[in-house]
Design a protein around this ligand. Structure first.
Ligand SMILES: [Ca+2]
Length: 132
């Protein structure tokens, strides 16, 4: 983090990201402080959030599942993770910052424990997907 970002904290190795206020832009928790990202208020950038629910051979939180989002020109990949090596926990809802990429986008979920699910979605929303 730079001073220009406005984020100041004691030196720490722990940080977690989540869209705390639900505006589609990631916020930061570190060193016992919360920073709400206010850049989204004037941004024209798009996002997509994907929330997974596992079933069967996939754990309920879908930890280990990989999500691929394809726009017309770009591919974005995220994986549901349970904690980081520094003891922090990012939001289990996956966040894709799409920049100026517009929808609809193609979503492919490779579920932990096996299986693949696909669907289309518009941008700037949260999509919930459950393993069948
Ligand atoms: Ca936010």
């Amino acid at each position: 983090m730079t001073k220009a970002s406005g984020v100041t904290t004691e030196q720490t190795y722990q940080a977690a990201l989540a869209d705390i206020n639900g505006d589609g832009f990631l916020d930061l928790v570190s060193g016992g402080k919360v920073w709400i990202n206010t850049l989204g208020e004037s941004s024209k950038h798009n996002y997509l959030k994907v929330r997974l629910e596992g079933a069967g051979k996939c754990n309920r939180l879908a930890v280990g599942s990989r999500v691929i989002v394809k726009t017309g020109a770009k591919t974005f990949t995220r994986q549901v993770e349970a904690g980081t090596d520094s003891g922090a926990q990012n939001d289990l809802t996956l966040h894709f910052g799409l920049g100026l990429q517009k929808g609809p986008v193609d979503i492919t979920v490779h579920w932990a424990g096996g299986g693949v699910t696909t669907r289309k979605a518009e941008v700037n929303r949260t999509v919930s997907m459950r393993k069948s």
